[in-house]
Design a protein around this ligand. Structure first.
Ligand code: NAD
Length: 256
């Protein structure tokens, strides 16, 4: 695959697997993450010669950092074919107690981050007259769970953004879609298990069984590889007819 791909939040979990997968397919990848050291280590793991992978420090909710990070990515590899807007965090608490600063922080990382990286990517993609933007939604882009008010709100919002980008971008050869994974055992989820156990007054094992996997058809977690394969599909020509869509990758949890 002869493409340049920027992935945010790519120093861990789903984003890292997407970076590894695209790199294996021959793409040049930019690992953009709040954690610069981990981003650089991931880039070196992908390409010790530092020719085909670049680690960039970027807080996606900070306009200046997004502008300079995206500019560096485009300058380094000369073009931009795919943006995977993936960086995200989770904060779990009952809505009635939700701290306003934490609400704003979560919305800002998920929604400001998606907007800022999209805007910077579109400028380059419009010049090239081609591009694919992939948002990391969630089953929570389609359905709610208790204690996750800002997360559910933000993930629903990404579907709206993708639809607008699909409509505005079409004239410039740009597509936009959302991947909606079920639970994947990344650091984000490992941290959530004891938090949810506390909120619900049940054991960690019961959180996994009765909350996270209850509605899957086979009791299985989604894997980082499952999500990366969906991203690969949405990035390339075989998905040419897909734009403004959301694909649920969840072992059957939430059937549309
Ligand atoms: P993770 O915690 O393993 O990785 C998240 C990465 O994002 C980390 O490297 C972190 O440093 C980075 N990050 C956090 N804040 C950032 C910021 N402000 N700017 C730039 N980078 C930042 O989590 P993950 O599970 O791989 O999650 C990745 C995405 O997938 C998130 O958007 C998450 O909501 C979504 N998602 C995860 C699951 C799941 O079950 N793990 C399910 C559905 C959707």
């Amino acid at each position: 695959m002869d493409k340049v791909v920027v992935i945010t939040g790519a120093a861990s979990g789903i984003g890292k697997e997407i970076a590894l997968t695209f790199a294996r397919e021959g793409a040049k990848v930019v690992i953009a993450d709040l954690d610069l050291k981990a981003a650089q280590e991931t880039a070196l793991e992908i390409d010790p010669a530092a020719q085909r992978a670049l680690g960039v420090g970027m807080d996606v909710s900070n306009e200046e950092q997004v502008e300079s990070g995206m500019a560096r990515a485009i300058e380094t590899f000369g073009r931009l074919d795919v943006l995977v807007s993936n960086a995200g965090v989770q904060i779990v608490a009952p809505l009635v107690e939700f701290d306003f600063e934490k609400w704003r922080k979560l919305l800002s990382i998920h929604l400001d981050g998606a907007f800022l990286t999209t805007r910077a990517a579109l400028r380059q993609m419009y010049r090239q007259n081609s591009g694919s933007i992939i948002y990391m939604g969630s089953v929570h882009s389609k359905e709610a769970s208790p204690f996750k008010a800002p997360y559910v709100t933000a993930k629903h919002g990404l579907i709206g953004l993708a639809k607008v980008v699909a409509k505005e971008g079409a004239a410039h050869g740009v597509r936009a879609n959302v991947i909606c994974p079920g639970f994947v055992r990344t650091p984000l989820v490992e941290k959530q298990i004891p938090e949810q156990a506390r909120e619900l007054g049940i054991s960690a094992a019961d959180v996994v069984k009765t909350v996270m996997l209850r509605e899957t058809v086979d009791g299985e977690f989604t894997t980082v590889q499952d999500v990366a394969e969906a991203a690969l599909f949405l990035a390339a020509f075989p998905s040419n007819a897909l734009t403004g869509q959301s694909i649920v990758v969840s072992h059957g949890w939430f059937m549309q």
